[in-house]
Design a protein around this ligand. Structure first.
Ligand SMILES: [Fe+2]
Length: 263
């Protein structure tokens, strides 16, 4: 189960704290983590600064199933199902979407640095104004008729994925008064079956909202947070066309990229 919805909106309305209160709670949790001296890249299910985490996480043990038996019934995809054009989110409509055109690319590897080839990578994101096409997104920012905000591709033989898209804007989300999500792109990665799906978020370097965001800060380990931030790469930037970001994903091992809890 994911702890965030597509729009990261809290599950219920409650009296809202201010940013100073939330920031003080974030700092207290960070200090407690530093004092513990233990590495923990999986966030606590109850992370009070992220208010709805208290309401949303599972309260029962996961239902155990035989993965091999389940995979006989689970959907599968073939390479022919994914059109290479689906990796370009700027060509899905009649016109060009508004905003900063970017390329986002990186390599998916396992814990030993081996490429994870031919894996399905999906992304979804807000438009450049910070608006999702989603019925629960009431943020008074414009929808872009030329931008849906979803794309997918398969990693190549060396584990590389590559998307062309628009840099998403920040958006408000009512966790507390004046709560804004830093710009981010949601990522989903599949293994060989849908039952192995992993979900996380990629962030952009230098975003001043990151220290204020209880979703990002719920990952209390600074190194784990750093791994979710893409690197601006001028070699990926194309003259007169787009800027470039690199973001590698490690699926296993002590250097693995943080993923949202699935249990
Ligand atoms: Fe989001």
């Amino acid at each position: 189960m994911s702890t965030t919805s597509r729009t990261d909106q809290p599950a219920t309305a409650a009296p809202l704290a201010d940013q100073a209160t939330i920031s003080a709670e974030i700092a207290a949790h960070a200090a407690e983590y530093a004092r513990s001296g233990r590495e923990r890249i999986v966030p606590l299910l109850d992370y009070p600064p992220y208010r709805s985490s208290l309401l949303r996480h599972p309260t029962k043990a996961p239902y155990q199933v035989d993965p091999e038996k389940l995979e006989r019934f689970a959907p599968v995809f073939g390479h022919s199902d994914v059109d290479p054009l689906e990796a370009d989110l700027t060509i899905q409509h009649r016109g060009e979407p508004l905003g900063e055109r970017i390329v986002v690319t990186g390599r998916v590897t396992d814990g030993d640095g081996r490429p994870v080839a031919h894996q399905l990578v999906e992304i979804w994101q807000a438009n450049s104004a910070g608006r999702y096409i989603h019925q629960r997104d009431r943020h008074p920012a414009p929808l872009d008729p030329n931008f849906t905000g979803m794309g997918r591709c398969l990693t190549d033989a060396n584990g590389y994925y590559r998307f062309v898209t628009i840099k998403p804007g920040p958006y408000p989300w009512r966790n507390h008064t004046n709560a804004w999500r830093p710009s981010h792109i949601h990522f989903s990665l599949f293994g060989t079956a849908f039952t192995q799906r992993l979900i996380t978020q990629m962030y952009f370097p230098g975003d001043p909202l990151q220290p204020l965001d209880p979703i990002f800060q719920s990952i209390t380990d600074p190194k784990a947070r750093e791994m979710l931030i893409a690197t601006y790469d001028h070699d990926l930037t194309q003259p007169e066309w787009c800027t470039g970001y690199r973001w590698d994903i490690v699926l296993t091992g002590s250097s693995r990229t943080w993923m949202e809890p699935t249990e």
